[in-house]
Design a binder for this molecule. Structure first.
Ligand SMILES: Nc1ncnc2c1ncn2[C@@H]1O[C@H](COP(=O)(O)OP(=O)(O)O)[C@@H](O)[C@H]1O
Ligand SMILES: [Mg+2]
Length: 731
């Protein structure tokens, strides 16, 4: 074959190819922009996203801004304010240094920058295309100190990339994940992330000195409660004095999940010298520790911040700076792994086994049990149960060394300890361990604590004893549980799905079999999101309350108008807001029987548009000219709602037993949640309206959750607005 002539690629081609390396999707563009904001010293960052970032990604910060003189070259490749000499690379304190991010974005999207430096009289707005400032130059405009970067129509000129983008919902999830990771690491900066046009942000967290508070703000108190701090400081000197090479020098500051954390996906947030990076060996090592103690399907959460001497770290190994290389990686990994193992044994060992997610002081007192927790619950069922907390036996707190959890929420009894069917350690042996692990036992200097053999033996003996006790307790509890249920062989995961107690019941029999919720009956679902919803229900279950509900005697109606009923259990009398109880019951039913709902046909089809119209007609409209406009708007809303419900017909039918005739855009059947019960059809209009307006149709789990809630309020006749702040204390 004839050789083809070699020619120089046009700059534009080179740049677009290079841009492809840095910017893969909205989330990777966001990563670069966020890092620039942090480099600029911002203390507040607001992210706005439209269509998962495919259409619009906007980041506003209150950082130092960009000088007017720099705007013409801002988006050229290799222009930066952060690096001057190659040597600087060895001690970079900023995220950026390559001067490639903004350039790359400008080659694959429409980029606009609005910026104002402190003390300037006005802001400047500049648009960029292919690395160059638009002909008109920067224009003055109103603004606040800081910078807003607006990225529109990502990959408008790279069709293959554009096609490879996932649905807006999936891209948004990735964007949110990036924001969460930076927010987890930078608690000194406030973060907000919002979908364009939505008033409520998807994430908002204020500046806080405590990382645990940040985690709570982002992931909820349920997750925060299960996180425990871990610190490790390995100094080169103490480890091997006299050894020229010394040992790896590093510190670790971490928050890691204990056994009460429930998730089907690993969350591993790793920072090395404050950079968010990935390190597959370290991640695997941590996962191995967890896989030895968690049930199969449970995955951990770990936030790990590793600090190494800057000269042992190379940050320039990848254009996205996603990976870093560091010296003595094996050793660091192994030590972190061991520290994690120790921490988990300690954390779980210091808890007393007790289960029962929610209970309240008043309820607990009513049950004659030890209340005292200040935690609030998602599902409070009894009128007196305004502040559910934990029903528990004796519970010791974690030995939190940073005191982050001082709100009394940590270490409570809701944590199911190491409920695992797999007690064997299954993590792969490290090379050194395979070789016998003797290296750990070489006495280097008997006068130093770190070199002392005795120290080492003690620590290990304790850990082993701890582990053995855990195993024993687990075995016993499981045996008790299965014996009582007569269901030997049900594994933990299945047990959990069925609502049985997976945490091992301990003192006082909290969480013992007879108190477990019976739902769901029959098979389980493959959908992770539904399993998660069910786990959340199970985790929130109030054990003592379940006992009451099971053994109750109905006394009668106390106040029909307010739906208050009296129940008796033992010697106690309870006043219950029955709609609310029903709502939670129906919600649990919808989730429990997900995808298996029997459906009963309506006597005649109910057109959705007309129903929504009826719901809207209940709202007041202004008189006069405005009225016409309002009527028009109602008509539009009703039609759009009908179209949306029709579009979701298949899912509504299959998952929820809500039968919609797609063509006629009419409801034709409803699920049977409880044999013998029928919902009040007068509430159909509100139900249709809520299907269209309250269900989050974009993301799987929120969609199932909100849909189940919609159905539950319809069936129970319970509106949240009805909820007055009134506490009826049981007599
Ligand atoms: N949000 C921002 N606030 C202030 N300056 C910024 C901001 N974003 C970018 N810059 C400036 O633009 C330059 C180029 O950014 P970038 O292309 O990301 O390269 P790098 O971050 O590697 O320097 C940065 O060096 C910085 O001076
Ligand atoms: Mg940058």
């Amino acid at each position: 074959m004839e050789p083809k002539p070699i020619h120089r690629l046009a700059d534009e081609v080179v740049n677009r190819v290079a841009a492809g390396e840095v910017i893969h999707r909205p989330a990777s563009a966001l990563k670069e922009i966020l890092e620039n904001s942090l480099d600029a010293g911002a203390t507040s960052i607001v992210v706005t996203v439209k269509d998962g970032g495919n259409k619009l990604l906007q980041v506003t910060d209150n950082g130092c801004g960009i000088r007017e003189a720099d705007l013409p070259i801002l988006c050229e490749r290799h222009t930066t304010s952060k690096l001057s000499k190659f040597e600087d690379l060895s001690a970079m304190s900023t995220f950026g240094f390559r001067g490639e991010a903004l350039a790359s974005i400008s080659f694959v999207a429409n980029l606009t920058v609005t910026t104002m430096t402190r003390g300037a009289t006005h802001a400047l707005k500049a648009s960029y295309c292919d690395g160059a400032l638009d002909g008109g130059g920067a224009r003055p405009c109103a603004g606040n100190p800081g910078t807003t970067i607006t990225v529109e129509n990502l990959f408008y000129n790279v069709p293959t990339r554009c096609k490879a983008l996932k649905s807006p919902g999936e891209e948004f999830a990735k964007v949110l994940d990036v924001v969460q990771r930076y927010a987890a690491s930078r608690t000194d900066v406030a973060f907000t992330c919002r979908k364009h046009g939505e008033a409520r942000p998807s994430l908002h967290c204020a500046v806080t000195p405590h990382r645990i508070d940040r985690m709570r703000a982002m992931y909820g108190s349920q997750v925060a409660r299960t996180l425990t701090p871990m610190t490790l400081s390995n100094s080169a000197k103490a480890d091997a004095p006299g050894d020229d090479d010394g040992a790896a020098e590093f510190t670790v500051d971490a928050l890691v999940s204990t056994a009460g954390y429930h998730s089907r996906r690993t969350t591993f947030i790793l920072l090395i010298n404050h950079r968010l990076v990935e390190c597959a060996p370290l991640r695997r090592a941590c996962e191995a520790v967890y896989s030895a103690i968690l049930p199969k399907a449970e995955k951990p959460f770990a936030y790990l911040s590793l600090e190494l001497p800057p000269h042992t770290l190379d940050v320039n190994v990848h254009p996205t700076k996603r990976e870093v290389a560091f010296l003595r990686q094996d050793e660091v990994v192994e030590r972190v792994q061991r520290a994690l193992e120790r921490r988990l044994v300690e954390a779980n060992g210091s808890r007393t086994f007790a289960v029962g997610a929610v209970a309240g002081t008043e309820v607990d007192e009513a049950f004659g049990e030890d209340g005292g927790s200040r935690r609030s619950a998602r599902q409070s069922l009894l009128p007196g149960a305004s502040r559910p907390g934990a029903t528990r036996g004796r519970v010791e707190r974690d030995d939190d060394d940073d005191g982050d959890d001082d709100d009394g929420t940590a270490g409570d009894g809701s944590v199911a300890p190491l409920a695992s069917g797999r007690n064997k350690r299954s993590r792969p042996l490290t090379a050194r361990e395979k070789a016998g692990g003797e290296h750990r036992m070489v006495r280097t200097d008997a006068s130093l604590a770190a070199g002392s053999l005795d120290q080492f033996f003690h620590a290990n003996a304790n850990a082993n004893a701890e582990r053995a006790r855990l195993d024993e307790a687990r075995r016993e509890a499981r045996a008790r549980r299965y014996a009582a249920r007569g269901c030997a062989g049900v594994d933990d995961e299945e047990a959990e799905l069925r609502g049985y107690d997976v945490g091992d019941g301990g003192d006082g029999g909290a969480g013992s079999p007879e108190t477990s919720p019976e739902l769901p009956d029959g098979e389980t679902t493959e959908l992770t999101s539904v399993r998660e919803l069910w786990s959340e229900i199970a985790a929130n279950a109030h054990v003592a309350l379940q006992r009451v509900l099971r053994g109750l005697t109905l006394v009668g109606c106390a106040d029909e108008r307010r739906g208050l009923w009296l129940l008796q259990h033992g010697t106690k009398l309870f006043m219950v807001r029955v709609n609310r109880l029903a709502r939670d019951l129906f919600y649990q039913r919808v989730v429990a029987r997900f995808g298996r709902h029997p459906c009963r046909a309506l006597a005649e089809p109910a057109p959705v548009a007309a129903l929504v119209r009826m719901a809207l007609d209940d709202e007041e409209v202004p008189e006069g000219a405005e009225k016409e406009k309002a009527e028009e708007a109602k008509e539009k809303i009703a039609n759009a709602a009908a179209a949306l419900v029709a579009e979701k017909a298949e899912m509504l039918r299959e998952y929820f037993g809500v039968d919609v005739d797609r063509r006629a855009r009419a409801l034709v059947g409803l699920p049977v949640l409880c044999e013998g019960h029928e919902p009040n059809l007068a509430r159909l209009p509100e139900f249709c309206l809520s299907l269209a307006h309250e269900v989050n149709w974009e993301e799987e789990k929120p969609c199932f959750d909100t849909c189940a809630r919609s159905i539950a309020s319809f069936y129970s006749g319970h509106d949240d607005e009805e909820e007055e702040e009134e506490n009826v204390v049981p007599p």
